[in-house]
Structure formats: C-alpha cells, structure tokens
Design a protein around this ligand. Structure first.
Ligand code: UGA
Length: 435
C-alpha cells in the first residue's frame, strides 16, 4: 500500500513511521520546511522514546520519506491521512478545523485517482462528512471515500500503543474504503488486535467519549483524594481496592496534580461545546473541566502550607515540569499553573526535568534550570515532585533531606511513602490524598 500522511506532529509522525514499519510505502508531508529539513536529515523534531530508531530503520529500507510537496506524496496513494492539529479555538472552546479543511481542499486539488481520505486528527462529530463535502465541491470528478480513524496513542508510549492497540477504530461508508483500511491495518488484524468498524459519526464520537471518560476517571479519583485527606484515608489504597473490580479497572486511577497534555484539556472542552451546541449538555464533562482547574489550584495551597503560609524568600526545587514523563511536551501541564504561583509569591524556583527545559525556558520565566535533582534541592526549603519521571522514583532521600535548609517534600505523584520520607529526615511530607 502507498500512504500519504499529512502533518508530522505527534500523531502524524508516529503513525507514518509505524505504518512504514508495517511494510507500507509512506510519504509524510508537512508545510513547515524546517521540520521536513530536520526529518530528511534524520532528526526527530519531538521527543518520543524509540521513534528515532524506528524512523531510521524504515528510511534506510526505502519505505519512509518526507516532503513539502503534497502532490507527489498523494500520487498513486491508496490512502491519504489527515493528521494536522485541531487546537482549541480562541473564544468558544471549539476544535479549530482550519488546518483539517485546508488539507482536504489541497487533497481535492491534487488527487487524480481513487483515494481514501482518512481523518486521524481528533475532530468533532460531523467533520468527516464536511471533509467529504469540501472535497466533492473542490473536485467533483474525483473518485474518493472518506474514513474516520481516530488515534489512541499516548505520548511517551506512542509506538507501543500504535503497534499493540487495545483496538483500532475505523468509520467508513463504503465496502471499498473498509477494504483499504483493512489492508492498511492487516499486520495488526492478523495478530488479533480488534478492529471496530463503524459509521463515520460513531468513530468520531468514540474518540471524544474515550478521552472524556479517562479525564473523568482521573478527576473522580482526584476528588476522592481530597476527601481522603479530610477523613484520614489513603487514596493509593482506595484506588487499588477500587481498581481490582474488573468493571472499574486500575488504569487512569492515579491521583495527581490534575490532568494536562495536548489532548484531555482540548478534547473535554470540545466535547462540552458539541453537547451545548446540540442542546444536550454533557454536564459531567463540564464539571470535570472545572474541577481539574480546582485540583491544580489546590496543589498551590498544599505547597503554601508546606512553606509556612508564604512563598516569599523560600527556595523551592521542582522536579518535573512536563505534563507527564517521557515527553518534552508542556501543553496544559500542571507546572504552568503551579510554578508561576511560586515565582509570583516570591519563591526562588529551581526546576529540574530530563526533557522539559527547552520548552520550560520560554513558558516558565524566572526559573533557574538545574540538571541534577540533588543540586536543585541543595539549600532548598521545599522539594516538589510534579512529574513522575523514572529518574525521580528512586532518589537517595537521606542525601536530599540532609542537603536542604528545610527538608519538606510535596510528592504530588505519590511516588514515595510518608514513613520513608520521615525516616530519611524529611520533617514534613505531603502527598495526594494521604490523610
Ligand atoms: C491521551 C490518551 O491517554 C490517549 O489514549 C489519546 O490517544 C491521547 O490522549 C490523544 O488524544 O491523542 P496523553 O495525553 O498522551 O494520551 O497522556 P495520558 O497518559 O493519557 O495522560 C494525560 C494526563 O492525565 C497527564 O497529565 C497524566 O499525568 C494524567 N493522568 C493520567 C493522571 O493524573 N492520572 C492517571 O491515572 C493517568
């Protein structure tokens, strides 16, 4: 099969590389000359474990290439995937479809033979039908189908998620398009990974509903955590005991400083907006969005307590600024709410993150960047664990505590135990939901 992939962001690049690893011929297209130049030079513009090795392997095998020229990428392609950004539109919370529609029009202008136009970007229900209208209007003679193929990969685990998915979702209208999609995903399908084939609208809805459900699950446990603190329960035990019920499941039940990232905040807002537009508000999702903001603010109160009521003049070491480990992505990261509150309150903030510094230097002004967690903690009044990077999971706690001026710890990912922290010399420890 020949595949054209439009957009070399997270989803586009990972999908393109993985499809080429299935043995398909893949051409990735982007409008950004800088990105294409980097990719052609063998550099991966994003941080994603394992992606560079897989990309080099498939480029060397001659199955994967990069171009600015959409026409050459589409020439002879069985399917063209749209994997461009759908950011939250300013003002109304809707997903901005400008890039998706521009890609659709460009495909219409350049395609010559039958092609399946597949939307991989997360798009509101009804978008695939709009793509179909736009393409048909721009090139009435073109023989094509549309397909919705939402992606469920997580940053930091993207390749594994793509190669071993819980399921692949495909929304189609014709047998012909279904067959093309089946051929594309054959390597997964042969290994018994399930493919859910449905209509366009249901496929679009599955993606939003899945992300909103996961964000709800996290927010639920975050609220339970707040109550645990009041009643003297430990949310780690609570989520373990709940998660063992097969109907609930133990995943996405870890209390933390609030969800962030490029997807949950954007997709929950978009789903809430779609509901309002159809006079069917999804109240639970609207509440989740609001509560998640409160969760982040609650973290600031926690830190304030550990600093004795004021940040002024305190030195705070923050371990982790990315929205989760194994990524350099800081979009909607809790650090963007918490760190400015520390800096604004007069604290000296030292941040340490294995991949976050490049973005963080722009997004978090007034912060000192320190590579080594021990150096960051030396002389500090508070140690905050904000992102659970593996590098921070097995720190030498006695060494940290003995080097701090005031050995206080805010473990916002619950990766340590209160007793261990106390035995190591921390005079105050607070986690999430550990009453
Ligand atoms: C999420 C979904 O998990 C993917 O299935 C989906 O494909 C992707 O969005 C997308 O729509 O593209 P991602 O945003 O990469 O993936 O990261 P997650 O691992 O889902 O984490 C999201 C946020 O939830 C992070 O801030 C994380 O710290 C937080 N989280 C996650 C918790 O606070 N507790 C948990 O138990 C799990």
């Amino acid at each position: 099969m020949k595949i054209a992939m439009i957009g070399t962001g997270y989803v586009g690049l990972v999908s393109g590389v993985c499809f080429s690893d299935f043995g398909h011929e893949v051409v990735c297209v982007d409008k950004d000359p800088r990105k294409i130049e980097m990719l052609e030079a063998g550099q991966v513009p994003i941080y994603e474990p394992g992606l560079d090795t897989l990309m080099h392997k498939n480029v060397e095998a001659g199955r994967l290439s990069f171009t600015l020229d959409l026409a050459s990428a589409i020439d002879g392609a069985d399917a063209v995937f749209i994997a461009v950004g759908t950011p939250t539109r300013r003002g109304d919370g809707h997903a901005d479809l400008t890039y998706v529609m521009a890609a659709a029009e460009e495909i219409a202008r350049t395609a010559k033979d039958y092609v399946v136009i597949v939307t991989k970007s997360t798009v509101p229900v009804g978008t695939n039908r709009k793509v179909k209208e736009v393409v048909a209007a721009a090139n009435p003679a073109l023989d094509f189908d549309v397909a919705s193929n939402p992606e469920f990969l997580r940053e930091g685990a993207a390749i594994d998620d793509f190669m071993k998915p819980d399921r692949v979702v495909v929304g189609v209208e014709t047998e012909r398009a279904a067959k093309v999609m089946e051929d594309i995903y054959r390597p997964l399908y042969l290994r018994d990974f399930p493919i859910v084939t449905t209509d366009l609208e249901s496929a679009e809805m599955i993606k939003y509903a899945a992300n909103a459900f996961l964000a709800t699950k996290i927010t639920f446990i975050n609220e339970i955590a707040a109550l645990c603190e009041k009643v003297g329960a430990d949310v780690k035990s609570v989520s373990k005991g709940m998660g063992m019920d097969g109907r609930i499941g133990n995943k996405f039940l870890h209390a933390g400083p609030g969800y962030g990232g490029s997807c949950f905040p954007k997709d929950t807002k978009a789903l809430a907006r779609i509901g309002q537009e159809h006079a069917t508000p999804i109240s639970i999702v609207e509440t989740v969005i609001k509560v998640n903001e409160e969760v982040k603010r609650r973290m600031i109160d926690k830190l304030l307590d550990l600093c004795g009521g004021s940040f002024n003049g305190k030195t705070v070491a923050v371990l982790g600024v990315t929205f989760k480990p194994n990524t350099d992505d800081m979009r909607d990261a809790p650090s963007l709410t918490i760190v400015p509150a520390l800096v604004g309150g007069g604290a000296v903030v030292r941040a340490c993150d294995p991949q976050g510094r490049r973005e963080g230097e722009h997004l978090l002004p007034g912060v000192d960047w320190i590579e080594d967690p021990y150096a960051a903690a030396r002389g500090a009044d508070l140690l905050v664990i904000l992102t659970e990077w593996n590098e921070f999971r097995a720190l030498d706690l006695p060494r940290l505590a003995s080097s701090m001026t005031t050995p206080h710890m805010a473990d916002l990912r619950n990766i340590y135990d209160r007793d261990d922290a106390k035995n190591a010399g921390f005079t105050a420890y607070d986690g999430i939901g550990r009453g």
